[in-house]
Design a protein around this ligand. Structure first.
Ligand SMILES: Cc1cc2nc3c(=O)[nH]c(=O)nc-3n(C[C@H](O)[C@H](O)[C@H](O)COP(=O)(O)OP(=O)(O)OC[C@H]3O[C@@H](n4cnc5c(N)ncnc54)[C@H](O)[C@@H]3O)c2cc1C
Length: 481
């Protein structure tokens, strides 16, 4: 019997698990996929928004501003990449300038610090490659970038280091409640029981809520397509460059990433299918057109991949964080700025539980930090040599594009939450994420996974389920005629 069951191992479930695991609580995180961060958290813009555009007084506004203030310390403690690079919403003429003034006023009301409207001269000083037609901008120095899956991995890992359990491949199909105890059942017959259930199931949060009789909201997907550019383009801009937001979203941005790539997107298109993550020629064309207008000199030959993320858009216009039934908490409709808000959402949930009589004491000495070798390649040579002397696997480079060593891959395989497939290694170490997208290193990584986890090569998958990479050994079954 658990004190709390968290459904969904995205950034909302992750930060909530980390926060609750600092209390004397038994926690279980359950996730339908074979790894963490597989929903909206996997494919988004990775911006820690300053918080100027959400409607004043909304949960989105309050939790965004609070979350963005909490983010630097959390990232420091957990060794997660975070960069306070600032953001610029650029305008193309007087009409846009008036909208930027409105955004600034809204931001001030939301409690965002340091906002200012700047003209083209100042804009050029900040961003020499800004588009020729940009005339003005709203500058938000508190805007930042983060790695969403690293944040999720680290927060779930920290929760696990503090005793939380992670159950992957557990697709919740039914929830029943009896005398304050919830029984959560998976599609394939697994069962967990708990006193509290936290519904952080992203796009499917409406389905989970309906399992306890809460049909008060609906979630639909809003697609967002992206282009990811090679690191050679990473220095084209230093701030995140937005266009003026519309009711469909924050506009198409051009931004550096914490891994020094350049990201362009997203589009914004309402759909019905909650699984449609394909990119489209039209989507990519509109990303390209908008990015070209915002920033000069983008070399589109440097695109290394395209992808699509799905926003979990609710029908209430705000995050839905409530307790419709004693012990059952919704953390639903966590669309943008959900990543930025995630630390504050977790605290909001703790407060909601306390208000409803679910109060727990804090652990005396919880684990609060986390080791990471993600930037091994950037260490000074003396430091690298010191590490290699202790563990020679750090001297064996496996991914040439991203310079990831065997030691880093082994560290990932031995650290909570442990990956079991190629994509899990990719998200944790960046191996296979570079220019060749794993063309060179994936067989070597498979061998490391196979040796470390004792899985035959033929059973290693790219991303769980049926996605095995090889069928048999090349000459197996071949006999000399
Ligand atoms: C295109 C796009 C751009 C965005 N840009 C930003 C940005 O720059 N900044 C920002 O702050 N926010 C941004 N967001 C929003 C942000 O990505 C989300 O708010 C955040 O990732 C939501 O996290 P989550 O954990 O609530 O949901 P998810 O990450 O979707 O996690 C939900 C999890 O629940 C699991 N699940 C679902 N059903 C079940 C079930 N039946 N049983 C078990 N598990 C289940 C899913 O597999 C999934 O892993 C963006 C979103 C998108 C799509």
């Amino acid at each position: 019997m658990y004190d709390a069951i968290i459904i969904g191992a995205g950034v909302t479930g992750g930060l909530t698990a980390m926060t609750l695991a600092r209390y004397n609580m038994d926690i279980c995180i359950i996730e339908r996929e074979n790894d963490i961060a597989m929903g909206s958290t996997k494919a988004n813009s990775a911006i820690v928004h300053a918080g100027f555009d959400a409607k004043c007084g909304s949960l989105k506004a309050i939790l965004n501003v609070k979350g963005s203030k909490m983010m630097p310390q959390i990232c420091k403690d957990l060794n997660v990449d975070y960069q306070n690079n600032g953001s610029l919403v650029i305008g193309f003429g007087d009409e846009d300038k008036a909208k930027l003034e409105e955004l600034k006023e809204n931001g001030i009301k939301n409690g965002v610090e340091g906002l200012s409207i700047i003209g083209r001269d100042e804009l050029l000083k900040l961003e020499p490659n800004i588009g020729d037609e940009a005339t003005c901008a709203l500058y938000a120095p508190t805007g930042a970038i983060v790695c969403p899956y690293e944040l999720t991995e680290a927060s779930i890992g920290n929760a696990m280091d503090n005793g939380a359990k992670l159950e992957l491949n557990f697709e919740v199909e039914a929830i029943t409640e009896n005398n304050g105890i919830y029984t959560v059942k998976s599609k394939d017959g697994k069962v967990v029981e708990g006193k509290i259930v936290i519904n952080a199931a992203g796009l499917y949060a409406d389905k989970i809520a309906s399992m306890v009789g809460d049909n008060s909201f609906k979630i639909h997907p809003r697609r967002g397509e992206y282009l990811l550019m090679d690191k050679e383009c990473g220095n084209l801009v230093s701030n995140t460059i937005f266009t003026v937001p519309t009711k469909m979203g924050k506009g198409i941005l051009v931004s550096p990433t914490v891994d020094h790539n350049l990201i362009l997107g997203p589009t914004s298109e309402d759909r019905i299918d909650k699984e449609d993550k394909n990119t489209t020629p039209n989507g990519i064309a509109s990303v390209t057109e908008s990015a070209k207008k915002s920033v000069n000199g983008i070399d589109f030959r440097m695109v290394i991949t395209s992808f699509c993320g799905l926003r979990a858009v609710g029908d209430k216009g705000d995050f839905i964080i409530n307790m419709p039934k004693r012990g059952f908490v919704n953390a639903a409709a966590i669309e943008s700025p959900g990543l930025s808000s995630s630390p504050a959402i977790a605290e909001y949930i703790v407060d909601l539980l306390k208000e409803n009589g679910f109060e727990y004491t804090k652990k005396q000495n919880p684990v609060t930090t986390r080791e990471s070798f993600k930037h091994f390649t950037e260490l000074p040579i003396e430091k690298k040599n010191e590490i290699i002397a202790k563990d020679p696997t750090f001297g064996n480079i496996i991914c040439r594009c991203e310079c990831v060593s065997e030691g880093e891959i082994l560290h990932a395989l031995r650290t909570n939450p442990k990956p079991t497939d190629l994509d899990g290694i990719k998200r944790r170490t960046r191996a296979q994420m570079g220019r060749c997208q794993g063309g060179f290193c994936s067989p070597y990584i498979m061998k490391i996974i196979s040796d470390e986890l004792g899985i035959p090569m033929e059973e290693i998958t790219k991303k769980g389920n049926q996605s095995t990479v090889i069928v048999s050994k090349t000459k197996e079954g071949v006999t000399n005629a």
